[in-house]
Ligand binder design. Structure first.
Ligand code: 4AD
Ligand code: MG
Length: 465
């Protein structure tokens, strides 16, 4: 790349050297003969100030360009990197040449220099990456995605690409998007029943809700694996924490038990928070001052602390003490509601909590049954503000127990023949979990709506762009 990024320019010692700046104009201000142009290229949070003194010799095209440059325009500016007299910035560019690469007419460009609501910005999601907030979210996402690979790769995990299209329902929750090439309108007109042998895959197929089952097949061959990819849920939940399309990270480890799984989850989250604190410092400082006061301190504290562990039964006992304050009355057997998760993290533990050993009825079929016959070796990591950020478990590795559970749930053994084979041939205790990547980004940035931490959110009634 010939031209440096603004991030690289800002790291230089200003010594009057010739530099080129390329990016999009955030603001232009004029003061007598001086014109100040703030240029941002998204490489880092900060913009670079380019100053033109109209009393110095400038060629005519540059003068013309300076006149026409406005917020949102793409520009190419040449000048000298000099120490800045202005406060809060060590350097600036003393401009000698300006080119208006792509104008952004002020009458129609929607992102003028004022605060826009996140709701409004969602409607112009194709432009919102040009704002401070969405630029910062994108950089944190990118860095943490890379950190996820670094974390696992440095610990001997192999990255597995699990399928997006599948015929099996991992979570057994039935919230799947169907994939079909059948002519739906033609079928509706004909009034005939659907013949899936005529469908593309010869049977009903769906977008995956999780790569776990396939990851298990590789964990029982390569020992430590992880998947990191898009997953899909057709849940009709219109909340600030649910998306129809989200990215999930799923490690799976052979010869591992629930305790190992919890240990891995805690180490993993702390490492990701540490990376954010060190490598995304500028962006986090912005989130701390403008979005969620104290987020840096919180992350630092979490990295230092031990996560609280609690069984589901103890969690319910804790909640029952304060039963009056909840809309959903807690009782053994009920799923934890977000108000319950909030209370446990924010008021009991004052930090992340790992809840284990949930009733089997509210968890997926593949979780290992405890000796009590009622609970399973599940673990959910809950965090303040958000609730569940990770869901995982030790897997049922005993063939008969797993078969019994599948039948109990009215599922068909033949649909899981390959999954059951793992228990027939060289079965081992194994465990894993799933981290919702967008929930992680919500937690780290302090943003409140999950639709604002993924470039193009897909949710009920929303698939634009
Ligand atoms: O708890 P879940 O459903 O677990 C699984 O899918 C397991 N197969 C994971 C495993 O053990 N390998 O989902 C895992 C995480 C949740 O804790 C949550 O962070 C996130 O995925 N998640 C969602 N994120 C955004 N939108 C949704 N609709 C989500 N559903 C789950
Ligand atoms: Mg879950």
């Amino acid at each position: 790349m010939k031209n440096p990024l603004i991030k690289e320019l800002l790291a230089l010692e200003p010594q009057g050297q010739e530099v080129h700046v390329q990016g999009w104009v955030r603001t232009k201000r004029e003061l007598k003969n001086l014109v100040f142009i703030e240029v941002n290229d998204g490489s880092c949070f900060r913009s670079i100030q380019c100053t033109f003194d109209l009393n110095t010799p400038l060629d005519e095209p540059s003068r013309e360009a300076i006149k026409e440059i406005s917020t949102g325009a793409a520009v190419h500016i040449e000048g000298k990197l000099v120490p800045s007299p202005a406060e809060g910035q060590p350097l600036e560019v003393a401009g000698t040449r300006a080119v208006l690469v792509g104008p952004a007419p002020a009458e129609s460009y929607p992102l003028q220099k004022k605060r826009h609501s996140f709701e409004f910005l969602r409607e112009i999601a194709h432009l919102r990456a040009r704002t401070n907030t969405f630029g910062a979210v994108a950089r944190v996402r990118s860095r943490l995605a890379f950190a996820i690979h670094q974390f696992f790769q440095s610990r001997g995990f192999q990255y597995i690409h699990t399928p997006i299209i599948t015929a099996s329902d991992c979570e057994g929750a039935g919230a799947m998007f169907q994939v079909t090439t059948l002519d739906l309108e033609g079928l509706a007109r004909s009034g005939k029943p659907v013949d899936y042998t005529k469908d593309f895959f010869g049977k009903p197929s769906y977008l995956t809700v999780s790569g776990q089952l396939e990851a298990e097949t590789y964990a029982t061959a390569l020992s430590r694996v992880y998947t990191f990819g898009p997953t899909f849920r057709a849940e009709n939940s219109n909340t600030t924490r649910h998306l129809a399309e989200f990215w999930m990270v799923e490690p799976e480890v052979a010869f591992a038990h629930l305790e190992d799984d919890m240990e891995l989850a805690e180490e993993f989250l702390k490492e990701l928070f540490t990376v954010a604190l060190t490598d995304c410092r500028e962006d986090l400082e912005f989130f701390d001052s403008r979005i969620q006061n104290g987020i840096i301190r919180t992350l630092e504290q979490v990295v230092q602390s031990r996560f609280t562990h609690m069984t589901y039964t103890d969690a319910i006992r804790e909640l029952e003490k304060k039963a009056d304050r909840f809309e959903f009355k807690p009782s053994w057997g009920c799923d934890l509601q977000s108000e319950h998760e909030k209370y446990l993290t924010e008021e009991v533990a004052h930090g992340p909590v790992i809840v284990t050993d949930y009733p089997k009825e509210i968890k997926a079929f593949y979780m290992k049954l405890n000796d009590d016959g009622k609970t399973v070796r599940a673990m959910d990591v809950l965090v303040p503000r958000l609730g569940e950020i990770i869901g995982g478990s030790e897997r049922e590795e005993r063939l008969e127990v797993l078969e019994r559970r599948i039948l109990e749930l009215g599922m068909k053994l033949e649909d899981y023949w390959w999954y059951l084979d793992l228990r027939r041939f060289g079965t081992v205790p194994h465990a894993g979990f799933g981290l919702g990547f967008e929930r992680l980004i919500l937690y780290v940035t302090g943003m409140t709506n999950i639709r604002d931490v993924i470039p193009y959110p897909r949710a009920v009634g929303q698939a634009d762009f």
